[in-house]
Design a protein around this ligand. Structure first.
Ligand code: RVK
Ligand code: MG
Ligand code: MG
Length: 315
């Protein structure tokens, strides 16, 4: 990086706004085939320079991230009751939730046994990427204490995702965000080592080891573009590892893969924003991000609040 390194509050804002921008831009292409994407855009930069017209409207990824951040601002650590209340209060079905997650959230809103549903809707619980897509605030808050980070990321997953892959996906993204806030110039090998060292499942450990050595953009898609945590979490981290100095390329390259583009770009955007700070996010994308209730001004202030709580907790 030639510019001065971002300050920590700029990294907090960059991560949460980066998540929202990635989510909202990616949402325009959710479910598209990779072939369609590469026929339409010759490169990530072209996509970022020519986004679809109009406002960028975020989806469930950002909405649930807001609930996690609000809980940490209020309680410093994940409190299950507060987290579920925030998820329920913020729930807008038109933001586009996962099939199982939506049923769990509706049970939260209606005061039914949502935890029973979370544990039984799918065998072993959900291994969707819904816990990973929202976990960035945990990575920011616990950037200095990785034991606590690993546990708090687990706790933030459990209301909807109890499957070990759903949980570990969230832990990996939280760690990827935390470590990104720490470095001024990325040492890729050291970064991937730190992100992967606590993983217990081969489904994450193996691809993360391969992602550390990735040097050809054409192989990014080998890490997946799907809705399952094991089919998307490493892809987002790998994209950051390939182009750490460009937010535009980091989110653009995962959107060009098609599939679960909002979530791939939300996770990649949260990591890239934590590294580059808010000044790394192209201004024309931030300008387009929705700014009504819980829009970009709200998210920016929430990130500042989280930074203040993080700062106070250290003291
Ligand atoms: C719409 C079999 C399972 C499974 C298991 C599959 C939003 C199901 C966001 C399920 C993200 C889907 C995404 C998603 C986040 C999960 N056996 N299949 N044990 N566990 N699945 O419903 O919050 O876009 O097909 O828990 O993880 O933008 O419907 O939701 O892309 O994965 O949804 O899992 O989804 P859910 P989520
Ligand atoms: Mg979404
Ligand atoms: Mg998605």
């Amino acid at each position: 990086m030639s510019n001065p390194p971002p300050t920590l509050d700029e990294r907090f804002i960059g991560s949460l706004l980066g998540l929202a921008v990635g989510d909202a831009l990616g949402a325009h292409f959710e479910g598209r085939a990779a072939a369609y994407m590469t026929r339409t855009y010759s490169s990530a930069q072209e996509l970022i320079d020519n986004p679809p017209p109009g406002e960028l409207w975020y989806t469930d990824d950002t909405q649930m991230m807001i609930g996690v951040a609000e809980t940490l601002v209020e309680c410093v650590r994940i409190d299950d009751r507060v987290l579920c209340r925030r998820f329920a209060d913020n729930f807008l079905p038109q933001r586009g939730y996962g099939r199982g997650a939506r049923l769990v959230l509706e049970a939260m809103v209606d005061g039914h046994d949502h935890q029973y549903l979370a544990e039984n809707l799918f065998p072993g619980g959900s291994f969707g990427n819904g816990a990973a897509m929202r976990v960035a605030p945990v990575g920011l808050m616990f950037r200095d204490n990785h034991d606590e980070l690993w546990e708090q990321a687990r706790l933030s997953s459990l209301p909807t995702h109890v499957h070990p892959h759903g949980v570990e996906g969230a832990q990996v993204i939280a760690m990827a965000v935390a470590v990104a806030t720490k470095v001024e110039t990325l040492d890729r090998e050291a970064y991937f080592y730190e992100v992967s060292q606590r993983c217990t499942s081969l489904e994450f450990r193996g691809p993360l080891t391969r992602a550390a050595k990735l040097d050809d953009l054409r192989d990014l898609g080998l890490f997946g573009n799907g809705i399952e945590a094991t089919d998307s979490v490493v892809t987002a981290v790998a994209s950051f590892g390939l182009t750490p100095d460009s937010f535009a390329k980091t989110i653009g390259n995962v959107i060009l893969l098609g599939g679960d583009t909002d979530t791939l770009a939300a996770m990649a955007g949260a990591i890239s924003g934590a590294y580059l700070g808010v000044q790394g996010i192209p201004a024309h994308l931030v300008d387009r991000l929705e700014d009504r209730k819980q829009g970009k001004s709200f998210i920016e202030e929430l990130a500042r609040e989280l930074w203040r709580v993080h700062h106070a907790d250290l003291g």
